[in-house]
Design a binder for this molecule. Sequence first.
Ligand code: GLN
Length: 528
Amino acid sequence: MAGKMLRASLREISAALKKGHVSSTELCQKCLSLIKTTKFLNAYITVTEDTALNQAQASEERYRQGQPLGDLDGVPVAVKDNFSTAGIETTCASKMLKGYIPPYNATVVQKLLDQGAVLLGKTNLDEFAMGSGSTDGAFGPVRNPWSYSRQYREKCAPTSCAQHEDTSWLITGGSSGGSAAAVSSFTCFAALGSDSGGSTRNPASLCGVVGLKPTYGLISRYGLIPLVNSMDVPGILTRCVEDAAAVLGVLGGHDPKDSTTVQDPFCQFQLPNVIDMKNFCIGVPKEYNAPGLSSEILAMWSKAADLFEKAGAKVMEVSLPHTAHSIVCYHVLCAADVASNMARFDGLEYGHCSSADQSTEALIAATRREGLNDVVRGRILSGNYFLLKQNYDNYFIKAQKVRRLIATDFAKVFRSGVDILLTPTTLNQAMSYQEFIKEDNRTRSAQDDIFTQAANMAGLPAVSIPAALSGEGLPIGLQFIGRAFHELQLLTVARWFEKQVQFPVLDLEGIMDPLDSVSHQEKSAFFS
Ligand code: GLN
């Protein structure tokens, strides 16, 4: 029963807490216990056991007095380790920030806590959120829970047992791989990721969960350690669309501490239960049939388009002609921002400080060599190159112009009557770590984001939804992209699709069994 309890959606668990079928403390303990059982996934960098239990107790008290703070009261959540958390180490998976304890909470973290959510810990990522594998952090790679699923093991010869120190397990995608793994392995009910080029949607797709990147400006970035300032958005990872909408309802809205959040009042929204597809026009961008797209994902994508058509939606092929330039454009803009954002990590003001003492320059160089991995240092180097006086127009300004063309492509398509774009999220299903490390991660991650980066450059909302299992029993996600600030419409369509596909629940047999076996302690009416 405990296993079943942890597999509940956020809505279900919130209802169970309200009805008293489970207490906040019991629930928190179950999650902490599963985090221990699944430690080999390396999803968490820090588990805040004591504070979580204190928060859970306070929540339990509020329920006892009939005064829960909101729908998230007592719900265990996790936060990517690039969001500042007061009194809790925030590392960005980098040696540079090891031991850094922020004095304040990111606005989104504060909003979760204000609703009574229980923070279980900080999740693993690629260093400073640069990557698409969650393989490049200072605390080791994250393992995809589907590596250990019954579904995958039945199709493919079991690669390894959870405890084995081999490299045949599957990667989670990234850079919010820790959050995706935490949600998909049932250790929490929702998690925050960040999304500058796809970091929420990519791991959501490979781990079989929902990954929402809201419109730029809808949610505060205050306290999110920046990657690409003009593209960064906090992302939401949940096990179903309705849950993503619920968390968005808590997080959205203007923040005086982030001047890029819009002033308009944010209305919480309820997704409609009955959805008539006849009212929607779905666009299928032909350029997204890109080189390297797996035939299985291509087939799934076209099946999804048929599904919409059969339900009465208007489905039309559209063109986003500048798609092919989005990767290069993103990387120039990203590197330029990284070069300036990382300037503060010099060993003098923030973070790690080397013991080199020959000169200030030598100290800074040694600090960065010791504190940052080669992906981060590579981006600092290229960013500074793009920003050199003689290169600025040819790289940075040109990339900004291309970014405008990419945004205009979307604007034209939406003006032509398309409501939502339907695309793949990733080129492939999750690959093994063994296979992943054969190639230079920088090249690979650049290719992997082909379908996700354009939405960041245009500031549009996008969501990845688990669509099907591949022949090997692994999740395949599809992406929906909507008009700016039309999250309600986007999630309405996504929810309709989710209902049609009935994506199977991850079966972590053998791993969740110990939890299932304590079923006698649970109230049998848990879901009633
Ligand atoms: N994979 C992309 C990168 O490495 C996107 C990262 C992100 O969205 N945080 O830059």
